[in-house]
Design a protein around this ligand. Structure first.
Ligand SMILES: Cc1ncc(COP(=O)(O)O)c(C=O)c1O
Length: 396
């Protein structure tokens, strides 16, 4: 069975985790900093804060950015639930933006339409989702955010390793050249995995400090920042060694050393992993482009060299006279997993009840035709051939 995505664990990954198991630190130990430093090297970010999931990374970003009641945050309709849910968890309002039907990406024009729909026209943050590993003109979204004095919090949970170009300059996703914060997920279907895990990168030392604080309950241990001096100090003026203070309630969103050892080991292979994923996608695309008008690969974003997370195809089910359910069942019978990324989030009963029926034709059209086919590190070009042959057999 070829699932739509899965992890690849090498012997070196297992050895790295075993080393941590044999050591002194299962959590809050040195493997965390090693992983964070490696993430900074990979993304060219100044700071990175590793945490327990991509959802935690988004939630921490909301908290660090002080997003709360009365704020509006723009979120594309085509994303995983977590991108919108963290906004609501902070008590802020989600303004859903439409997406390009051919790439599933929110473009600046969609974000602009969403801004125009908000009553007060004030936007605290825009969350572009780098869907499937692609980003489309991050500089345009940055300009829009600047005109509204908004933050850009990139949800790059699909896009570790993606590079894009602006005015002939190459930028790594996560370097925050056009964002304030960038979030990543290391769930097993992602480009690299830590089991469960996530991270945030930023260039802003204040944001980094707040992220670290909130990731660990909001606990302050730096004596310079203590406020309650009689509790903090012993009679001889020294600091009581057990003492800590709370600045603001946070959460336990810490990642463990076990997860980080796996992550650092996987990250050391990222260039090879990304090269192989790109080769698989390129083979998919050349095969799919010969299958006729009923099946199209996702439109490639201009000026973006994606580290592909998903291999999505758009299928004209109506003209083909088949349903997505029949196709998925047929693929499954033939040992091929597939998935739908995503049901538009504003269609979820919770969001429909809160915001009413959304008119987002791009997201609707994208959803009606999309299907994610297998894409993971241990796949071969022969696997791609078999998948495309079985797919085209059924459709034609
Ligand atoms: C776009 C996007 N954002 C956020 C998340 C949440 O990441 P995690 O599953 O690590 O919490 C995911 C997970 O699939 C995702 O695809």
């Amino acid at each position: 069975m070829l699932p739509y995505g899965r992890q690849s664990i090498h012997t070196s990954d297992i050895d790295a985790v075993i080393d941590v198991l044999k050591g002194d630190w299962l959590t809050t130990g040195p493997a965390i900093k090693t992983f964070e430093d490696a993430l900074c090297n990979t993304t060219h970010a100044k700071y990175s804060v590793a945490c327990s999931s991509g959802t935690a990374a988004l939630h921490l970003s909301m908290m660090a950015a002080n997003i709360g009641p009365g704020d509006n945050v723009i979120v594309p309709a085509n994303t995983f639930l977590a991108t919108a849910n963290v906004v609501r968890l902070m008590g802020a309002e989600v303004i859903f933006a439409d997406v390009d039907p051919d790439s599933g990406l929110m473009l600046a024009q969609h974000a602009e339409e969403a801004v125009a729909r908000t009553e007060a026209r004030t936007i605290k943050a825009i969350i572009p989702v780098y869907f499937a590993g692609q980003c489309s003109y991050p500089a345009h979204l940055r300009e829009l955010a600047d005109t509204h004095d908004s933050l850009v919090i990139a949800d790059a949970c699909h896009a570790l390793g993606t590079v894009y170009e602006v005015e002939k300059m190459a930028h790594c996703v996560g370097s925050n050249a056009h964002s304030d914060l960038t979030t990543f997920s290391f769930h097993p279907v992602k480009t690299i995995t830590t089991g469960e895990g996530g991270a945030i990168t930023t260039e802003d030392p204040d944001l980094e400090k707040r992220l670290r604080l909130l990731c660990n309950h909001g606990i302050i241990r730096d004596p310079e920042e203590f406020q309650h001096h009689t509790l903090a100090h012993a009679s001889d003026g020294s600091i009581n060694p057990w003492y800590y203070e709370l600045s603001q309630p946070g959460l336990n969103y810490r990642i463990s050393d076990l997860h980080c050892a796996l992550g650092a080991s996987q990250l050391s292979r990222l260039p090879d992993i990304v090269r192989h994923r790109r080769a698989l996608v390129s083979h998919y695309r050349s095969r799919l482009n010969q299958t006729g008008p009923l099946i199209r690969p996702l439109t490639a974003a201009e000026n973006c060299d994606a580290a592909w997370h998903l291999q999505v195809v758009a299928i004209d089910f109506k003209t083909a006279g088949i349903t997505r359910l029949h196709l998925m069942s047929y693929l499954k019978e033939n040992g091929i997993g597939s998935q739908v990324h995503y049901i538009p989030v504003p269609w979820q009963p919770y969001y429909k009840k809160r915001y009413g029926t959304a008119h987002l034709p791009g997201a609707e059209s994208y959803y009606n035709s999309c299907l994610s086919l297998p894409l993971f590190e241990s796949m071969t070009m022969g696997d791609v051939d078999r998948i495309v042959d079985i797919l085209t057999d059924f459709i034609n």
